[in-house]
Design a protein around this ligand. Structure first.
Ligand code: 13P
Length: 140
């Protein structure tokens, strides 16, 4: 599976803890991330991460482009709900596209843990039906 990892600055320490705790699960998948988050994930886990631009410099849009091609299967985006972001439109666009393409998206730690445990349990296997298909509208 292709998994994207993104964290706003205030949430980066939490992302570091999350990927350290779930390293074994993440190790079996292709990892993508916005620039600074990707560096943190690589340093914390030693796993290879495809790093896009930093979020404010277009990284969220690059992740969005993968979603639009149905080339992402799961997104963990630890958002900071208490700090205004200069690139809020990009953040909203990414989340919107995840809804358009039915990509599981966690925006907080609780949901992130649920999704990663779900990946381990095989609950995300349905994504194989979607993967690589650029149509957003799939029958169940
Ligand atoms: O701003 C971000 C997401 O909106 C995260 O970007 P970085 O991982 O480059 O800090």
């Amino acid at each position: 599976m292709k998994i994207a990892l993104i964290a706003h600055d205030e949430k980066k320490p939490l992302m570091k803890k999350l990927v350290t705790a779930y390293r074994e699960i993440l190790a079996g998948h292709d990892l993508y991330a916005t620039g600074h988050t990707g560096q943190i994930v690589q340093a914390a886990t030693g796993l290879p991460v495809h790093c896009f631009n930093s979020g404010p410099l277009g990284g969220d849009q690059e992740v969005g482009a993968l979603i639009a091609k149905n080339q992402l299967d799961l997104i963990i985006f630890l958002r900071d709900p208490l700090t205004a972001q200069p690139h809020e439109p990009d953040v909203n666009a990414l989340i919107r596209l995840a809804d358009v393409y039915n990509v599981p998206l966690a925006t907080n730690l609780g949901t992130a843990e649920m999704l990663l445990r779900g990946v381990r349990a095989g609950f995300a296997d349905f994504r194989q039906l979607y993967s690589g298909d650029e149509s957003a509208h799939q029958p169940l």
